[in-house]
Design a protein around this ligand. Structure first.
Ligand code: ZN
Ligand code: FE
Length: 259
């Protein structure tokens, strides 16, 4: 058997700062979209590439991730997949999944990870063969989602699960918030040279109109303050030397809320 080709992934900017993603397997033609902020740009991309939508993967119930769904399905019927625990407030699901379940796109079984915190019943889709995880508003480039429904402990546990994936995993998150996130990150981790360098890369990308999503997990581990509660530099700058990483995370999240 030849090795399975990784799935092709296309980033689609939607609304003012959201991202949707197409996931495509050339051999079978299977095509999934992750989140549907707006139908038009997703339909346009499907048409441009001549791809037929087979699955919609929903990360969480917020309007800016599902609002385009009915319009998209009207032109592109597909199986809608989301969290079983959130089925009561998601659009009707054809497949309702829990952590540890899988959904198969072409040759690859994506694993469901519960990443509650931003909302309860927020899930991520991890594609181990492709080396990609779709995190919605949980782990984001240099950030994490605001705690609208869950506790800091819950988000910390969710981020810890994503952080334990292979370092080469590519993180596809739901928003272009990276520049503001970098500005905040430097206030709690000012001496982090990797972070300083990342800020200039982000400024260059944004000046050229390029997305800063996706990012690499190894990059997040080195620079994302929400994954770095054990970092001496951050503990020192917050006057929390020797503190439990979950308490450092809680403090960093609280500071970001008012930044
Ligand atoms: Zn959200
Ligand atoms: Fe969002």
């Amino acid at each position: 058997m030849p090795p399975i080709a990784p799935l092709e992934i296309v980033t689609i900017p939607c609304l003012s700062d959201n991202y949707a993603f197409l996931i495509h397997d050339a051999a079978s033609g299977a095509t999934a979209v992750v989140d549907v902020p707006d139908a038009a740009p997703i339909s346009a991309e499907l048409k441009r590439r001549g791809w037929t939508l087979s699955h919609v993967l929903l990360t969480h119930h917020h309007w800016d991730h599902i609002d385009g769904l009915s319009a998209l399905l009207a032109d592109h019927p597909a199986r809608v997949v989301g969290a079983a625990s959130d089925a009561h407030r998601l659009p009707p699901l054809d497949l309702a999944l829990n952590e540890g379940d899988t959904v198969t796109i072409g040759p690859e079984a994506a694993q469901i990870i519960d990443v509650s915190g931003h909302t309860i019943g927020h899930i991520a889709f991890y594609f181990p063969d492709t080396g990609a995880v779709f995190t919605g508003d949980s782990l984001m480039a240099l950030g994490c989602g605001r705690l609208f429904e869950g506790s800091a402990e819950q988000m910390f546990d969710s981020l810890t699960k994503v952080a334990a994936l292979p370092e080469t995993t590519i993180i596809y998150s739901g928003h272009e918030y990276t520049h503001a996130n970098a500005k905040f990150a430097l206030t709690v981790d000012p001496d982090n040279v990797d972070l300083q360098n990342r800020l200039s890369e982000i400024e260059t990308a944004r000046a050229n109109g390029k997305p800063t999503v996706p990012s690499l997990l190894s990059q997040e581990l080195a620079t994302n303050p929400f994954l770095r509660g054990a970092s001496e530099g951050i503990q020192h700058s917050l006057n929390m030397q020797g503190a439990d990483p979950v308490d450092v995370f809680t403090k960093v999240r609280r500071l970001k809320d008012t930044f």
